[in-house]
Write a protein that binds this ligand. Structure first.
Ligand SMILES: NC(=O)c1ccc[n+]([C@@H]2O[C@H](COP(=O)([O-])OP(=O)(O)OC[C@H]3O[C@@H](n4cnc5c(N)ncnc54)[C@H](OP(=O)(O)O)[C@@H]3O)[C@@H](O)[C@H]2O)c1
Length: 283
């Protein structure tokens, strides 16, 4: 498993298992068991996924069975938008649910606050309070790294201007149809690692003709091609699957490279299409 060194020296695997909509203890346990067996060492969850307790319980059971300890896995969770401005409480609830001592990475899930309109002028001050609380939790050793998700360039510049602890990671939707070149450039110049979510377009890019043709020519699967496109540009990935065969398939992405022309063909698919939410209206 390859990893990246974050701007605070913490090592983070570049491939992790996404767990949005992975719910129910048996489903979670089966997915994590398959993932650990295939070499995954990173797990992405969030308070709003409502699976933190099941993930924590499954890891407690599975780590010894795989000959691993807590320190050998990387756990990411995210501040619920309902807890924006009250990150201390939100984070402590995630820590209690996961029962894993500390989090490797904690992200502000969304730049706004749940229940407030996107244009609510209180949003900037509210996310600033979240960040300050996360800085304290980081200093106390509860969060090894802190970052943000669904931030636009504007949100990120605002944070960079006031933070005392620089964000280590920006997690955003990113795939060939939403290449995020501006955010990637901003992250590169500001020292953040960009991590993609919905690399497979939540499954909807797997039938894309250019992706399929390339996969067929290379003897790979469409999912592997899409994940490789990101990894080859230094972008981390967290594909979600509950299917052990697909979990295994999605991990076999470090033994081939896409040629320049193939990378260009995939990048040529950019159309600004989002399969998830658009944070650009949040002030
Ligand atoms: N920060 C945020 O706001 C945010 C937003 C969205 C997602 N995320 C994170 O990113 C993760 C990934 O994003 P995502 O869940 O939207 O979608 P994704 O990883 O792009 O795609 C997942 C979908 O593709 C299917 N799939 C996975 N591997 C496959 C393969 N090899 N062949 C065929 N189908 C395959 C899965 O079905 P099966 O399970 O049936 O295999 C599922 O339907 C999430 O789980 C979550 O952890 C974060």
């Amino acid at each position: 498993m390859e990893s990246v060194t974050l701007n605070n020296g913490v090592e983070m695997p570049t491939l992790g298992l996404g767990t949005f909509k992975v719910k129910g203890y048996e489903v979670v346990r089966r997915a994590l068991d398959a993932a650990l067996g295939q070499g995954y060492r990173s797990f992405d969850t969030a308070a709003v996924y409502q699976n933190e307790a099941d993930i924590g319980r499954a890891l407690k059971e599975l780590l010894p069975a795989h000959g691993l300890s807590r320190g050998e896995v990387f756990i990411t969770s995210k501040l619920a938008p309902a807890d924006q401005g009250a990150a201390e409480e939100g984070c402590r609830r995630s820590l209690a649910a996961l029962d894993c001592g500390y989090l490797d990475l904690y992200l502000v899930h969304w730049p706004g606050r749940q229940g407030w309109r996107s244009e609510d002028p209180r949003n900037p001050e509210c996310r600033r309070r979240s960040w300050e609380a996360m800085e304290r939790l980081h200093r106390d050793g509860k969060l090894r790294a802190i970052g943000v998700s669904n931030y636009t360039g504007g949100h990120l510049r605002e944070l960079l201007a006031h933070c005392r602890v620089r964000p280590a990671v920006l997690q955003v939707e990113c795939h060939p149809r939403l290449a995020q070149s501006e955010l990637r450039a901003l992250c590169a110049e500001s020292g953040l690692h960009l991590q993609a979510y919905s690399s497979l377009g939540s499954g909807r890019l797997l039938e894309e003709p250019v992706v399929r043709a390339l996969a067929e020519r290379l003897g790979r699967t469409p999912a592997q091609v899409l994940l490789r496109w990101a990894l080859q540009q230094g972008v981390g990935v967290i594909p979600k699957s509950t299917d052990p065969r697909r979990i295994a398939q999605n991990a076999r992405v470090f033994d081939f490279r896409l040629a320049e022309g193939d990378m260009r063909a995939l990048s040529g698919l950019h159309s600004g299409t989002r399969y998830c939410w658009d944070p650009s209206t949040v002030v």
